[in-house]
Ligand binder design. Sequence first.
Ligand code: 4AD
Ligand code: MG
Length: 462
Amino acid sequence: MTRRIAEVLKNGQPDESVKVQGWVRTKRELKEFAFVEVNDGSSLANLQVVLNPDLPDYAKVLKQLNTGASVEVEGVLVASPAKGQRIELKASAVTVYGEADPETYPLQKKRHSFEFLREIGHLRSRTNSFGAVFRVRNACATAIHKFFQERGFMWVHAPIITASDCEGAGEMFAVTNFDLNNVPRTEKQAIDYGKDFFGRPAYLTVSGQLEAEVMAMAFTNVYTFGPTFRAENSNTSRHLAEFWMVEPEMAFCDLSGDMNLAEEFLKYIFKYVLDNCAEDMEFFNQRIDNSVLATAENIINNEFARLTYTDAIALLEKADKKFEYPVSWGLDLQSEHERYLAEELFKKPVIVTDYPAKIKAFYMRLSDDEKTVRAMDILAPKIGEIIGGSQREERLDVLQRRIESMGINANDLWWYLDLRRFGTVPHAGFGLGFERLVQFMTGMGNIRDVIPFPRAPQSVEF
Ligand code: 4AD
Ligand code: MG
């Protein structure tokens, strides 16, 4: 049976017969024999294959085994005399499935820049860096499901197509099957959405929260984990047009329960990844950002800082630092402010609570001061906002007033308001930006390099 290379490297014993499959990373030809390094994506380390001239078609096979070629190797494991590897595979049969012409294969042994690798998104996963990124991404996703399932949360699937703008920022992609050259019009020349596929305007979701709230009002503790879409024209290293979000929602829960869960959640994911991706994390620490391991230990072992928005503003006003955007109470925190708090002042994640109502979404619970809402953002060193959450407004009249004052059409949200009419409870939740988490974990500088197929303004190749 074919075995994965990670498993062979870990458990394989001398004299064992094995068969592996993968892609050639490098070839070295010596006088009496040749070495080929093979990788199948299961680990950072390659399996070294030794080819001897007594192998059938030795010369022909060797010529075909260039970087990028796909291959199946059968043979016997032997203890490796080389440094840094326990075993290697002495080949007895080699099948080359597909060659890769060394003149045109874009991935050569030298180091390529991430910018260049983005242009060959269909091949970049075959590099050490992207192999490590996507294994860690997978481990983060596994940890997320484990965390919630161990605590009795139900995974619910929020729709991708929706009619509501959860965040109210108007940054939505329209979904239509109109012929854009011939859009039906009403008598008054307005677009006749009644004739569109859904009979009304529809969009790609910016968040699964509203639907998660529906499900929490039946199952108590739920979470969504899926793609979300934002048409914000932000060409930054922290924004994608399509990103994954994890959104837990808890009935019978207030803001402090929400913060506690979020902190426990991040600690759990970091611990899981350190325990299960030690080799990849070591790689990031050596090659990408030498603070990655210390940051992970810091997250796991220290309590996050917690302070109100009002206190955060006071600290920023006192800061011995010039900000591009000056701060004052009522303004949204910019990434430079978030990073100052987390990176320089507290040197660990900071939970900022109780933001001005004016700068936050309609669903957040209004406090007695009527000026702030029970919001919480978790700010991480280097990343800035990684989690955004809140206690939700469970009082029908207050919610109606807020929806009205923000100019949102309450009719569109009739079902959301119904939840406050029938068996309403205090409830809370948050959203974790999954790619920002993977960035934080790996130290990767650009969010486009932690998702297999990044979507950003003017960029949707692959
Ligand atoms: O703060 P946001 O907008 O919150 C919500 O969407 C709420 N409905 C969540 C909830 O309470 N259920 O987004 C949540 C997180 C942000 O903290 C950030 O990490 C990430 O989503 N995020 C993005 N990640 C990548 N690209 C973008 N354009 C992002 N916008 C937000
Ligand atoms: Mg936010």
